[in-house]
Design a protein around this ligand. Structure first.
Ligand code: GTP
Length: 249
């Protein structure tokens, strides 16, 4: 067995959807992009890609625009704020694409809001073909609709693409009973059920996203983008919380 096939045999997931928040791209800056952080993140994605895993990405836009907290635009209608946020995700998707290509990863950006001068429009069959041809697919502009989060877009695309798992990269290494930065007694869960997420207000994903994942039995793994290598997660190693159906606590 070659080293490459040996590595491949350790994989638990073969087609994954990675959800990256916009905030993960800004590092310790108050907003925008931290180039080193993004490069590191893309190197981690490249490691997974080089093992032959098919990777889909949904990225948020909170490093550029947060509808709920932007003082200057707080008087905007919710729908307008959400559209501005969707434009922010397109900026992040194109940024990620550039850093992925720099790390020798072929990728395509597909936008839910057609913007054909700068990227391809989202067409499900086309996205699947890109994955089959060994390209990372970055889904931009959320679901293309206001009143939906990029977490919901992640769940929707993961289901449409028949992904094995949703990998939700966060700033903490799993789901806790309370905010671990404010409560030192907070405990981290290894496993949770979708119902636990829905009924306990654990604030990891919004209810629409969790409900979609639950209805389609797609597991959600919550892990730290800073603390854990994505390649380890795909081998079932490291620290994370997994959300599954029928999981008893
Ligand atoms: P295959 O035909 O499956 O090999 O896919 P491909 O993406 O390599 O070929 P295609 O001819 O569709 O695209 C060539 C390049 O043009 C790629 O970089 C695409 O991302 C890009 N491209 C394709 N369609 C669009 C579009 O509607 N808008 C923009 N801006 N770029 C596009």
């Amino acid at each position: 067995m070659t080293a490459a096939t040996d590595e491949k045999s350790k994989l638990k997931y073969f087609r994954v959807l990675l959800k990256i928040s916009g905030e993960a791209l800004m590092g310790s800056r108050p907003f925008g992009h931290d180039i080193e952080v993004i490069d590191q993140l893309c190197k981690g994605i490249a490691d997974v890609y080089k093992l032959g895993v098919q990777v889909c990405i949904v990225v948020g836009g909170g490093n550029i625009f947060r509808g709920s907290s932007s003082a200057s635009l707080s008087s905007c209608e919710r729908a307008s704020s959400d559209y501005i946020g969707m434009l922010a995700t397109i900026i992040n998707a194109l940024t990620l694409q550039n850093f992925l290509e720099k790390n020798s990863v072929n990728s395509r950006v597909l936008s839910a809001i057609p913007m054909t001068t700068i990227c391809e429009p989202y067409i499900r069959e086309k996205a699947i073909r890109h994955l089959e041809k060994g390209r990372v697919v970055i889904f931009a502009a959320g679901t293309g609709n206001p009143f939906f989060t990029t977490d919901t877009a992640a769940a929707l695309r993961a289901i449409e693409m028949n992904c094995d798992v949703i990998l939700k990269g966060t700033q903490v290494n799993g789901v806790y009973s309370a905010d671990p930065e404010e409560n030192e007694d907070a405990i981290m869960y290894d496993r949770l059920s979708y119902m636990d997420l829905l009924t306990r207000d654990l604030k990891i994903m919004d209810a629409s996203a969790v409900s979609l994942a639950r209805e389609n039995s797609i597991p959600i793994i919550v892990f730290s983008l800073k603390g854990e290598k994505i390649v380890n997660i795909i081998k079932g190693l490291g620290t994370y919380t997994i959300v599954l159906s029928g999981c008893k606590r």
